[in-house]
Design a protein around this ligand. Sequence first.
Ligand code: MN3
Length: 259
Amino acid sequence: MKRRGGKKRIAKVRKEGKNERMLARRDFMKAGVIAAGSVLVSAQYARAQEKGGFALPDLAYPLDGLEPHIDAMTMGIHHGKHHAAYIANLNTALASADDLKGKSIEALLGDLPAIKDEKLMTTVRNNGGGHWNHSFFWDSLTPAAKSGKPSDDLTAAINAAFGSEEKMKEAFAAAAMTRFGSGWAWLIEKDGKLAITSTPNQDAPMMKGVVPDAEIGNALLGVDVWEHAYYLKYQNKRADYVTAFWNVVDWSAVSKRLG
Ligand code: MN3
């Protein structure tokens, strides 16, 4: 594209930037009002495709419900912008893929190698992964007052695999810290045992044939370590974000995932 120089151009770019910021702020405020005013239901069960594709699940808590550990502005942008964008991209890709229509997100991600069109597979991997990972993440969190404790069965499984809950948290945090760039750290159940792993980008622990075997398992808990998940509040301090994350883990939800 030919560059158009001059002061006029600079002024135009500045104005566009300002408009975008105003729009972002307006959308954020709108998202906050919607979340605060609506009946909030956990919609992990809306992961089946409906007419028009997948839909953004509502949060089971208000945007500021995880404060001060995860701030409302991060939640508004993360849920209303980032997660919504993964869904929009996924739906656009699926609109022209008749053989994939009607499949659940788990069915799509569990058999990615079946998608022979490489470009489509990559789009479903990245954006479908983004949809599942974020839906799972929202369902793993709850206001700090409701965080609770792992069930007796989960405690026994944690102790058997790691020695103690503290040791499990240390291993989980280490996986979160050593994931270079963007990705996720996971507590998974594999062959009846718990393990810690991490995946890059939006890869998820059910992506057979795409992620290494060591990362395949039943996800019990995951933490998003993309910068968009923490940068507004924690900037470069990913470790502080992961430490704060434990305060808002919904241990009841995590315990129910144990197979
Ligand atoms: Mn994210």
